[in-house]
Design a protein. Structure first.
Length: 223
């Protein structure tokens, strides 16, 4: 099942730009690898400090070059070259299309993944590169029905992510509740309650509490 994920990423390659130009906003229009080491990113930039922005483009250690293409209203289109090693480009290019907005708080990215396994693999790639990954919402690409991960606490998000990663919802299960609890460092009763409350918040449906009594799989199918 193809999925649409919206998530937040750290963007270390742009850190110096946002340190000098905090109000900067970048809308990524295109990202293309010029070589195995260099990435060309075409972005629409918005800021009230254009001089500071262009100055930082010239002196930034991570931006390897830039070109102003054109301006329209309050926006300007730039082509920026950055090291591929500072991004997750090679990790997501085979997974689906990307739409990204980048601010000082990081990049908000919308991407299509072929399945949960691909999403989990991509998240692991980010973490291996010390890039913070936070899932905001998830929806079935065919139905467009969203799951809002911002409604979860960090502990609920952790137990749900571990349950999916280790196959708790698969048949047969890849991990027991006791093992899942051990992964989280809590009791199995606390893990069960945390998982139930987290999925209830995630689905935003009062029917979940009743369905949980029979099986978690039934609750997931009910969405």
């Amino acid at each position: 099942m193809s999925l649409i994920a919206t998530y937040q990423l750290d963007t270390p390659v742009y850190d110096s730009l946002f340190e000098e130009v905090p109000d900067l906003r970048l809308e990524v229009e295109q990202a293309v690898a010029c070589s195995p080491d260099s990435l060309s990113v075409t972005v629409w930039a918005e800021t009230d400090r254009w001089t500071a922005f262009e100055t930082e483009l010239e002196r930034s250690e991570t931006v390897k070059g830039s070109q102003h293409l054109r301006s329209e209203d309050d926006q300007a289109l730039y082509q920026i070259w950055v090291p591929v090693s500072e991004t997750t480009y090679w990790d997501w290019t085979s997974l689906g299309s990307v739409l990204a907005t980048i601010t000082r708080h990081g990049a908000t990215v919308r991407m299509e993944f072929p399945d949960h396994e691909a999403l989990s693999t991509y998240r692991d790639w980010c973490l291996e590169q010390d890039i913070q990954f936070s899932l905001n919402s998830l929806s079935d690409a065919s139905s467009g029905s969203p799951l809002n991960f911002q409604s979860l606490t960090s502990s609920q998000r952790e137990v749900i992510a571990l349950a999916v990663e280790h196959g708790y919802f698969e048949v047969p299960r890849g991990i027991s509740m006791i093992e899942l609890a051990a992964e989280c460092g809590i009791s199995d009763q606390a893990a069960s309650e945390r998982l139930r409350r987290g999925l209830s918040n995630l689905l935003g449906d009062g029917r979940f509490d009743t369905l949980w009594a029979s099986s978690p799989e039934s609750a997931l199918e009910a969405k």
